[in-house]
Ligand binder design. Sequence first.
Ligand code: AHG
Ligand code: MN
Ligand code: MN
Length: 341
Amino acid sequence: MANSRILTLNEVIIQKQSAFPYAKGELSRLLMHIGLAAKIVNNKINKAGLETSIIGEVDNVNVQGEVQQKLDVYADEVFSKALQASGIVCGIASEECDEIIVFDDEMSKEGSYVICMDPLDGSSNIDVNVSVGTIFSIYRRISPVGDKVTNEDFLQPGIKQVAAGYIIYGSSTMLVYTTGLGTTGFTYDPSIGEFCMSHYYMVTPKNGQIYSINEGNYVKFASGVKKYLKWCQESDKDTGRPLTSRYIGSLVADFHRNLLKGGIYLYPKTASAPNGKLRLLYECNPIAFLAEQAGGMATDGYGNRILEIQPTNIHQRVPLFVGSKDMVEKAEEFMRENPDD
Ligand code: AHG
Ligand code: MN
Ligand code: MN
């Protein structure tokens, strides 16, 4: 039966506003600006196959040493402009920019919030019509209102996030966010141009059947990871193994599938990448916040909760083990029992 009452993102944000500790409506406005930027980027991504001017690489390598795609740059600009236009954000840190961006116009300087973002996640998948995403993370500033923001404002552990979320540009476009009161999902209805609530209170299964990892890196993994993967592949009727392997190569899409179905996503350290690949501020912290709010778990594989890691650098990388609680705990057990050689 069709939903008799459609709730849009903006309506839900306003309804939930009073439950937020600093309820002045600012965070609500900020989330609405993110929703607007998401629609603009979504529109562009949907045309990626038609507009050859927006697919492909730009002649630049970002601070992560990765070749930028045209849509990385486009999404970065759209989200940056929308966040500055909100007047509530005093600065941003983006995966695509070497340094933090300080918004020093009169209105933004008075803003209370800073944002960390991965404007386009999984961007190597754009040209082949595979799901990509945007990830965002919102903190209250530490520096006094009226001053310019500094790096310190961004170097806060993930437990200090006031909100986080992602947009997945997939077979349908969804926006999933949390303000610490559960994880809620909205599906974009292009016929009315609105994100409509589709997943009120997302709860990830405590256990699942899916493991997601780039197994091409197998020979470079620590022995704990190798042994865990073999365990996933072994048959065992009691525990429902072998598990199923699924890996898209867009964190947002891999995480979203596992969140709904139950599963574990791993990006461990490798011999050539001692901190893994994923970025603490732009990817791991927001994803960990959403996972925990849905009843899941996120660690670095060595017993450390992602949200408690104190960042020392805005572009810091960290290994990530995230997903269903029982599965992350099992992987952690293998890591403990097989210390690195
Ligand atoms: P980004 O496109 O923002 O650089 O992120 C890509 C990330 C993440 O989305 C994905 O899970 C991971 O890189 C895939 O890395 P591998 O190709 O090494 O598996
Ligand atoms: Mn990414
Ligand atoms: Mn990216």
